[in-house]
Design a protein around this ligand. Sequence first.
Ligand SMILES: Cc1ncc(COP(=O)(O)O)c(C=O)c1O
Length: 401
Amino acid sequence: MNSTTSFAAMPDEQGYFGAYGGQYVPPELKQVMDDINSAYEEIRQMPEFQQELASLFADYVGRPSPIFHARRLSEQLGGAQILLKREDLNHTGAHKINHCLGEALLAKHMGKKKVIAETGAGQHGVALATACALVGIPCEIHMGQVDIEKEHPNVVKMKILGCDLIPVTRGTATLKDAVDSAFEEYLKNPQDFIYAIGSVVGPHPFPKMVRDFQSIIGNEAREQCLNKYKRLPDVVTACVGGGSNAIGMFTAFLNDSQVRLVGVEPAGEGLDTDRHAATLTMGKPGVIHGMACYVLADEEGNPDPVHSIASGLDYPGIGPQHSYLKDLGRVQYDSVTDKETLDAFMRLSRVEGIIPALESAHAVAWAIRSAPTLQPHQQILVNLSGRGDKDVDYVAGLLGL
Ligand SMILES: Cc1ncc(COP(=O)(O)O)c(C=O)c1O
């Protein structure tokens, strides 16, 4: 981590963040990825595109999302003040809509005939189906059977929004298998289809593009903190699945060396078991889904079956930029268990009247654990990446409510 420009210039022309990223794809796909990169670089220089995106963010998504001071929770914990960036209030209930609108507009600009994607918790699927309905492009979403059963409200929403929902039963029937399945469909006609990846993962240019669309979160939050509190927060934290909400939040703060950045991974049933998805904490460098990054894999490099209580976090890979930021030490990656997450889910609901997504509850759990170690004049800004409507039946089942 050197100068301001080292972060701003990432990735390099080949899509590398240090040793991570790149395009680990068959040669015929490389050209397709380069075309997407060129189209993206072209469109993002166009004032009409930026204006269209800005007006959709304001009038359709409801941005800027507010920052809420969780006073009662902070008082109970007796340490740092907890601030919540309310991405849960966005149209469709999570941060995913930020990059889906960008990806759908890009697909339209490139004249693509179908948008394909995977989804874990269903948030990316709902957001993409929404964006495709708005822009007027057919959309096909691949989802693991396990997640289909767990995230029923989002499954119904995707169908109502008019997308083709493809159940995936192979492997563990969760997020990684959904990515494999969606990718196979995409390979049938990459000229006419576009794979709208749901996080800052996959081959270049997706980690860059999704990050750029998500950077609105941190740009807004930084300005809101300066306006409202006349200072930057001491700590900024976010949950990490593929890493899109976290990088969207962290990007604006990367050069503020006094601000501690913490990504929170799912420790599932414990890091000492094989039932977790803490890729950066327990994994090692490898290749998955077209990119070099940290991976949870066996000796041959085959991805491990992973687990998290949150469907959107149980992924054995991680965005290449996070892999790089971990090695640099600019972002710390910690983890919380399913149990801590469930406790945080219930506590935020009962103390602040906000039901968080199980994914976001990981970041809340980390803040609950960490606030008492800090002073009351200090602040922890939590990216509340999504709302928990999709999770209420699942949690009610777990807790017998
Ligand atoms: C609400 C919410 N937060 C976080 C995530 C994890 O994704 P990412 O790490 O890309 O933000 C998901 C994924 O489904 C999600 O639905």
